[in-house]
Write a protein that binds this ligand. Structure first.
Ligand code: NZQ
Ligand code: ZN
Length: 391
């Protein structure tokens, strides 16, 4: 196991009705004037936004609102939010929605404390300072409610990049599984896919003997395989929603990723797809993961065979471990298909002729060195072949 530090100071409030505590929690974490940030209307339609405002009113906390965050959140609205926070002397951002809303809120919170262009953080600068953030999560997926990360699409070129810093870890996150019951099945499935991808990104490691985190990841993957189909079949299954929601947080606050190298090539490869085609991040991952795993499997066949046997119940073929590894990748692909995810470029809305441009932006764009590097170092030729496997 490698040396590590782990700092996850978010206060979690989990369960039915917890959103009514938003005002109390915001006050507890020092808010005096709040920006409520939300998406394209689901929280208005569900009545959640009104309940949150009522909760702030009860604590005499003034607020301004900024809605309109699109999935794959855009830089333009971030600039608008930063201007608004500076003009209104906002000292707390409350994100009400999914990963896109939370990521946009994080970018606004960091940009408000910074004199330069907020995009510097998405070009590699570490975020040292941000106004505090709270979240009320409405979809189990990105894990942004417990992570120090934010992903934004730059509208000038339409490419996606991430930024990081402990300063943007939410001060509190309210997780009420009931709030996810209004999700369309497709979005629920996208979330399940993303959570499992976050686990795989950590499972694919070059660090030896990390049994404790291996076993934790396997437990979370098994939970997703059990609960995913149950919630797709019955969207009102509270217990399944609850297990998925907490698994989503644990998958990405890095408690199961400490002390080991991680991959993240799959996310880099997918981010080009959701930036260019505006598809859901989870849907892009469903197409990406089986392709990249097939391509890199030979780097460590036994690791793929291990997840195949321990998680997917495949029989270990000691004479041919590659067959076992492949069976595990097929099981993952079939699971994604079974919950309604796309399986190839066509179903995702991506185009074969765009591959050279996708590869250029992926490997060279925004100062990248001509390759991406995770579990395996992948150059442009490798990335081209991986995209071709998705056709
Ligand atoms: O905008 P509204 O109207 O709210 O609708 C949203 C949106 O259309 C809808 N939705 C959310 N909760 C709902 C609901 N509809 C009905 N009922 C509800 N309860 O769902 C759609 C998708 O929302 P979005 O926030 O985009 O989903 P998700 O949480 O999957 O976030 C995806 C974004 O997170 C980034 C992705 O790249 C993508 O941009 N990621 C962020 C990470 C992080 N910060 O740590 C890590 C992830 O790997 C990921 O890259
Ligand atoms: Zn993700």
């Amino acid at each position: 196991m490698e040396n590590f530090t782990f700092y996850s100071p978010t206060f979690f409030s989990f369960g039915k009705g917890m959103e009514n505590e938003a005002g109390k929690l915001a006050k507890r974490f020092g808010a005096t004037k709040i920006l409520i940030h939300y998406g394209c209307g689901s929280v208005v339609r569900s009545g959640l936004l009104d309940r949150v405002k009522k909760s702030l009113d009860e604590e005499n906390l003034p607020f301004v609102e900024l809605g309109g965050v699109q999935p794959n959140p855009r830089s333009g609205l971030v600039y608008k939010g930063i201007d608004l926070c500076k003009k209104e002397n906002i000292d707390f951002v409350l994100a009400v929605g999914g990963g896109s809303v939370i990521d946009s809120a994080k970018a606004i919170a960091a940009g408000t404390c910074y004199d330069g262009d907020f995009w510097d953080f998405y070009s590699g600068k570490y975020i040292e300072e941000a106004i505090p953030i709270g979240t009320i999560l409405t979809i189990a997926a990105a894990g942004s409610e417990g992570s120090p990360d934010s992903v934004i699409t730059n509208e000038d070129g339409m490419y996606k990049r991430g930024a990081s810093g402990d300063a943007i870890r939410p001060k509190f996150s309210i997780l009420n599984p009931e709030l996810t019951q209004t999700l369309p099945p497709y979005q629920t499935a996208c979330g399940i896919t993303d959570i499992m991808a976050h686990l795989y990104e950590r499972y694919l490691t070059n660090t030896k003997e990390v049994e404790v985190t291996d076993r934790l990841i396997e437990a979370l993957l098994l939970t997703m395989i059990h609960e995913g189909p149950r919630v797709i079949e019955d969207p009102n299954n509270y217990e399944a929603r609850a297990n998925i929601m907490w698994a989503g947080m644990m998958a990405h606050n890095n408690s199961v990723g400490v002390g080991r190298s991680q991959d993240w090539n799959s996310h880099d490869i997918e981010h080009e797809l959701s930036a260019k085609y505006d598809c859901a991040h989870g849907a892009g991952l469903a197409v990406t993961l089986p392709a990249i795993f097939t391509y890199v499997m030979k780097h460590d066949v036994m690791r793929f065979a291990k997840v195949a046997t321990r998680v997917w119940g495949c029989q270990m073929d000691f004479d041919n471990p590659e067959a076992t590894a492949k069976a595990g990748i097929e099981a993952l692909r079939n699971f994604y298909i079974s919950i309604g995810m796309p399986k190839n470029f066509d179903e995702l809305g991506a185009k074969k002729e765009d591959i050279p441009q996708l590869v250029d932006t992926l490997c060279d764009g925004n100062g990248r060195p001509g390759y991406i590097n995770g579990f395996v170092k992948l150059d442009k030729n490798d990335c081209t072949k991986i995209y071709e496997l998705m056709i």
